[in-house]
Design a protein. Structure first.
Length: 260
């Protein structure tokens, strides 16, 4: 009889203990749910970097030539925006409002952003300076007008090309062997309007003019009135004549004129 009472007592204590444990677990679960509702489990991780990456992607999208460039973005006066963005969950989506933004995104720019979180959307603006570093052809020393550009005249240096005209060069081969159309200062980025292909024939040079037509073949001497490039149009004037002829430069001193 004593053993039976002892067994019953143990069962009662076990049931009571299990009940207390279940109640504690239930209470903890309720507290955990309330805490999760009050504070996001994970805030938006590093919103500043997210914004910078979005801007970089936008710049490359608008300027495909910069896909291999080093793009640097400095956000200005944006600490308050980054603060409230950090309170959003990682499910929040940030994007540039491209439909209302007509810009290449270069230099000093104000980017219109939209944050979408749950059913809510919020617009905000990020002021940023965008620098695009790309190796460009630069004059190592001053180059005189009319001089042929040689290998030791130029080099590749990383420069901010964000707001430069797109006529700069990224290949030394494109510049070496050309002629300076103007004086190029030392350390200057070289643009296409500064150089030209070296003419095969220069204005004032003596040339042989070959006139061809149906049953006609005439050779005479003349003068180049424009600078000429191989297989390109050139204007010439036969010796002793005031008439000018349009022809094609077929060698360094021979011009072919076709009669029509």
């Amino acid at each position: 009889m004593a053993n039976l009472q002892k067994t019953n007592t143990n069962h009662i204590l076990l049931i009571s203990s299990l009940a207390k444990t279940a109640w504690c677990l239930k209470l903890f679960s309720c507290w955990l749910i309330l805490w999760c509702l009050a504070v996001p489990v994970l805030g938006l991780n590093n919103p500043k970097q997210i914004v910078i990456d979005i801007i970089k992607n936008y710049v490359v999208k608008q300027n495909p030539d910069f896909s291999k460039a080093v793009i640097k973005v400095a956000c200005r006066y944006a600490d308050k925006d980054f603060a409230w963005l950090a309170d959003l969950t990682n499910e929040a989506k940030l994007e540039i409002l491209e439909s209302s933004f007509d810009s290449k995104g270069l230099g000093d720019v104000i980017f219109p952003f939209k944050a979408s979180f749950g059913q809510e959307k919020k617009k905000f603006f990020i002021r940023a300076k965008v620098v695009v570093l790309l190796k460009s052809v630069v004059a190592q020393q001053g180059i005189k007008r009319g001089a042929e550009i040689k290998a030791d005249d130029v080099t590749l240096i990383e420069r901010d090309v964000a707001r430069l005209p797109t006529t700069y060069f990224t290949s030394l081969k494109a510049v070496i062997g050309t002629e300076a159309k103007t004086t190029i200062p030392k350390n200057s980025v070289i643009f296409s309007w500064m150089i030209r292909e070296i003419p095969l024939t220069r204005r004032g040079d003596e040339v042989t003019i070959v006139v061809k037509g149906e049953g006609v073949l005439i050779k005479t001497h003349g003068e180049a009135l424009t600078e000429g490039y191989l297989d390109k149009p050139i204007v010439v004037r036969p010796v002793g004549s005031k008439e000018t002829l349009d022809g094609i430069l077929v060698s360094d001193n021979e011009v072919e004129v076709i009669l029509k």
